[in-house]
Design a binder for this molecule. Structure first.
Ligand code: UDP
Ligand code: MG
Length: 243
């Protein structure tokens, strides 16, 4: 028989994360013990070529409430997060980058905002209260700000950082909007925010602590171009922020 739905599903998209995934899963496990709520952790291996699946699979077989899902080929972070949403059963769904650039403890601050009435909380590196402990190299920071400028201009989204890999959303709406998520690459967060807004969800941006990890899967040239193309498709398909 299936367990009752957990309070929280943690979705971790993972592409070639062999080097840092084990430490991440250990950290998340330790934190769940301190936190004390019911949970499931879903690692979605996005067609990795390294030992990501072996590590996550072994961890899942040794630890209750940890599971591995695999995409047969590398499709992008958006596809991996969407898969995690579809598979999730939690009352709330958090997705977090595998490098824990935003420490998992920050979840509790996001949850407080949801408990205060929000449906979707996006962690942000772009607000006055954001604590950038280790910053990205200048050109990645510049790319991030430039992308955010295009996002605000073209979509009307008011947020300062749509791309931070740490977001909390109520479970049922996450599973509902997942059916409409088409963008599979790094710009999927923009589409997710627009879909959530169209569905009438209350979205709030919250400054968090964030530490860069240099082992990046982002190619500054090709991924920037892909993200702009993706943004154009999102605007054409989804329209503007309506709040
Ligand atoms: N990721 C993924 N599929 C990809 C590329 C990245 O699932 O094709 C995941 C990656 O494993 C990580 C997250 O997306 O969990 C963010 O990637 P990364 O840390 O490289 O991005 P950055 O911090 O440089 O923006
Ligand atoms: Mg990272």
């Amino acid at each position: 028989m299936l367990d009752a739905a957990p309070r929280l599903s943690v979705v971790i998209p993972a592409y070639n994360e062999g080097k840092r995934l084990r430490a991440t899963l250990e950290r998340v496990l330790e934190w769940t013990g301190q936190w004390g709520g019911t949970f499931e952790v879903l690692v979605v291996d996005d067609g990795s070529r390294d030992d990501t699946s072996a590590i996550a699979g072994e961890f899942a077989s040794n630890h209750e409430h940890f599971a591995l899902h695999r995409l047969s080929r590398n499709r992008g972070k958006g596809a991996a997060v969407r898969e995690g949403f579809v598979r999730s059963r939690g009352e709330f769904v958090l997705f977090s980058d595998a490098d824990l650039s935003t420490p998992i403890e920050e979840y509790e601050r996001l949850q407080e905002i949801v408990d205060g009435g929000a449906d979707f909380v996006i962690a942000s590196r772009g607000l006055p209260g954001s604590d950038l402990v280790i910053r990205q190299v200048w050109y990645r920071e510049w790319m991030g700000k430039t992308f955010n400028g295009f996002v605000r201009l073209l979509t009307g989204i008011p947020f300062r950082d749509t791309q931070c890999g740490f977001k909390l959303i109520r479970g049922q709406p996450a599973r509902d909007v997942a059916r409409f998520m088409k963008e599979e690459g790094f710009a999927f967060d923009v589409e997710l925010i627009l879909l959530a807004n169209r569905k009438g969800l209350r979205i709030q941006e919250l400054p968090v602590s964030w530490s860069n990890d240099d082992a990046s899967r982002v190619n500054p040239v090709t991924d920037s171009l892909r993200m702009l193309a993706s943004l154009a498709r999102i605007v054409a398909r989804t329209g503007r922020y309506r709040d």
